[in-house]
Design a protein around this ligand. Structure first.
Ligand code: GLN
Length: 203
């Protein structure tokens, strides 16, 4: 199993360290041909406009769409979640015109928590990754997006106390508003690796 981490901008090193700590072969992806022999891909947090622009310059947008169409699992964290969404808004902008891979049937709102609560941390109960374990997942939000709408084919995995969806899955796509790679808790990465194993038919 080989997992790529899109390494154009943002927090890609932290994902790579977490995956290597789990004993997984991992590569930094910058070129379309590097996608060819991957079993799964992570699009990290950072700045979604920058990631989208650089991905466009590197001719990565179409190959990324094809990667998803092949059924290969892709996980977007924070800016990565924005890049995966079909539709993006932000305060004062009904629709953001920014380059997106645009494959997940959701509308997300960028910088959704406003300036006062720019960044925050909270414990979330996420049954699907906890496997009966009572320990909640410590979620770190940094100028985070949220899901404004998720269509019927998308399943919410985690919600804040007020019902805001902050993690969701649609078939081979996983998206989180927060940053599991900035914790020492590998359960989200293990969950993604299980998606990859299932897609490879080796679960
Ligand atoms: N605010 C960033 C954006 O809109 C995302 C922040 C992050 O990835 N931590 O792209």
């Amino acid at each position: 199993m080989k997992i790529g981490v899109l390494a154009l901008q943002g927090a890609f090193r932290e994902h790579i360290e977490m995956l290597r700590g789990l004993g997984v072969e991992t590569v930094e992806v910058r070129l379309p041909e590097q996608l060819r022999d991957l079993d799964g891909l992570i699009i990290p947090g950072g700045e979604s406009t920058t990631i989208g622009k650089v991905a466009t310059q590197y001719n990565l947008i179409e190959p990324l769409r094809e990667f998803v169409a092949q059924g290969k699992p892709v996980w977007g964290t924070c800016a990565g979640m924005i890049v995966l969404a079909k539709e993006v808004g932000m305060a004062g902008h009904a629709v953001m015109r920014q380059p997106l891979v645009g494959v997940m049937d959701v509308r997300v709102k960028r910088n959704a928590f406003g300036r006062q609560v720019d960044s925050f941390e909270t414990d979330l109960d996420i049954p699907e990754i906890q496997n009966g374990d009572k320990t909640p997942f410590h979620a770190i939000f940094i100028r985070a997006p949220l899901f404004e709408t998720v269509n019927a084919n998308v399943r919410a995995l985690a919600k804040l106390d007020d019902g805001t969806i902050v993690a969701a899955r649609e078939n081979n796509l996983l998206a989180t508003s927060f940053h599991p790679e900035l914790t020492h808790d590998p359960r989200f990465h293990q969950y993604f690796l299980n998606m990859v194993r299932a897609a490879r038919g080796t679960a």
